[in-house]
Design a protein around this ligand. Structure first.
Ligand code: GLU
Length: 483
């Protein structure tokens, strides 16, 4: 394959919220494409009408764009091989089905679903391998009807030969052995091709040079190789990525793990650069061993032989660590604008100039304390909550405010005498009154003040928070908690 001509694709099926695996596959496809100066195609495989979800396609665009995984051709932006939605290509597949029927590589099958179930149950009872028993091979519809269990609308199946290619070379795994396939259905009764036919036809017609997909497709590859050979087409290269796994090693599924949904990462406040780095680390390591890397680093060093073959474990602690790292790296104005949607959704932020100024002041106080953007809601509640709605949470009240009246009053008296209100003056007055004056240790002195002023046992640094809140709000809260 010559440099510059590589064409790779990701081929999600729009069946609900985009799966994290779509981003993972896109990342690895794209790392290679950008290194080689080729093209990345987004193809929508929507031939499974039973599982089709009309909102899913837009979510695929939105989540991949959020991650910066930009495709060069796709249903939304077009390209030289349009259309890129399989449901709009139905006329494309039929001539190839006819060609395979004419060459004897495929046949009509009229078996009813009931007959196929009976056949399978019988095979299981007799403990023989299950698979289509070829009752329809070499028969006309009339001949088949005489045998019973036939329906008028046939499907089309591949006639898998005894010498089907069960070995192939994988860019990641080297030589791979796959099991012998069953006579795969390639055209359904509704006239839609199955994945197996559509993927081969489209990969060929769209000039795909490398098929990079999940390892669950290894067992399908022999069928695809046969189709490429029968249709007289050059085989692409194959790379099967290891499946993402839960910590208990099970496959990540949207039903069992919220982190299987790409939108979950947006809701939780992961940064796209952190998720990309994490997905990269799951399957790849830089030659330097460095764990923090960008897409550009990964792409520059990309080499299929450095991709793991063992299913990487989806360790959210590691992702949290990476996210904290990338949050700390953000310029403050960028972090500020990324926090606004979380605070707005929590009903805390109204976009007024006062709120904007308050947020600008608060960002430096929390930037080093967050693993997730969504944590800003609890950390910043005390600044944005209205004075009428402010409450000390019950745990903080119980732990720090019982019998704390004298401490809070001493603090309020000292602070009320201040004529300048800065971090230094607030801290100086508090320390003088509580540590020197009442002989308290810093922890004991600050805990009730923190509970009274911030409403919680956890807050941004206390003197800085008080400086930002302003004298009036601080004094009101201290006096209210002192009674
Ligand atoms: N539509 C298939 C999927 O969603 C694509 C598999 C492939 O890349 O060939 O997994």
């Amino acid at each position: 394959m010559s440099t510059g001509n590589v064409r790779l694709r990701v081929a999600p099926s729009p069946t609900g919220d985009p799966h994290v695996g779509t981003a993972y596959m896109s990342l690895f496809n794209l790392a290679f494409v950008r290194q080689q100066g080729g093209q990345f195609v987004l193809r929508v495989e929507d031939t499974d009408r039973a599982r089709f979800d009309p909102t899913s396609e837009q979510q695929v665009y939105d989540t991949l764009a959020w991650l910066g995984l930009q495709w060069d051709e796709g249903p939304d932006i077009g390209g030289p091989y349009a259309p890129y939605r399989q449901s709009e290509r139905l006329d494309t597949y039929r001539p190839f089905v006819d060609q395979l029927l004419a060459s004897g590589h495929a046949y009509h099958c009229w078996c009813t679903p009931d007959r196929l179930t009976e056949m399978r149950e019988d095979q299981q009872k007799r403990k023989v391998p299950t698979g289509y028993d070829r009752l329809c091979v070499g028969k006309s519809y009339e001949q088949r009807v005489e045998l019973g269990g036939a329906q008028a609308t046939p499907v089309v199946r591949m006639l898998i030969p005894d010498d089907a290619p069960l070995h192939f070379t994988d860019l990641i795994r080297g030589e791979v052995n796959a099991p012998r396939p069953d006579d795969q259905v390639i055209l359904k009764g509704d006239g839609f091709p199955t994945y197996h036919l559509a993927v081969v036809v489209d990969d060929h017609l769209m000039g795909i040079t490398h098929v990079v997909r999940g390892e669950e497709w290894i067992s399908s590859t022999p069928k695809h190789l046969l189709l490429f050979d029968w249709l007289g087409w050059e085989r692409p290269a194959f790379a099967h990525m290891p499946l993402l796994r839960n910590v208990d090693k099970s496959k990540i599924s949207k039903r069992k793990n919220p982190a299987a949904r790409l939108t979950w990462f947006q809701e939780q406040g992961y940064l796209p650069e952190a998720l990309l780095n994490f997905l990269g680390l799951l399957g790849y390591s830089l030659p330097s061993g460095e764990e923090v890397f960008t897409f550009a680093d990964m792409s520059a060093s990309f080499d299929w032989t450095r991709v793991n073959t063992v299913g990487p474990v989806f360790d959210l602690d590691k992702l949290g660590w990476l996210n904290g790292h990338y949050i700390r790296e953000l310029p403050a104005p960028s972090l500020q604008s990324q926090l606004v949607p979380f605070l707005t959704a929590a009903g805390l932020y109204d976009g007024s100039p006062e709120h904007e100024a308050l947020l600008a002041g608060a960002v430096p106080l929390i930037q080093t304390r967050m693993a997730l953007l969504s944590e800003c809601v609890d950390l910043l509640r005390c600044f944005f909550v209205s004075d009428e709605s402010f409450e000390v949470d019950p745990a903080a009240r119980e732990k720090s405010l019982v019998a704390a009246g004298p401490v809070l009053t001493a603090c309020a008296d000292a602070l009320s005498a201040l004529s300048t209100w800065t971090v230094e003056s607030v801290q100086g007055a508090m320390d003088a009154a509580l540590i020197e004056g009442l002989g308290l240790k810093r922890g004991k002195a600050y805990a009730p003040v923190r509970a009274a002023v911030c409403g919680s046992m956890i807050s941004p640094p206390l003197p800085e928070s008080m400086a930002l809140l302003g004298k009036d709000r601080v004094l009101t809260r201290l006096r209210a908690a002192a009674v």
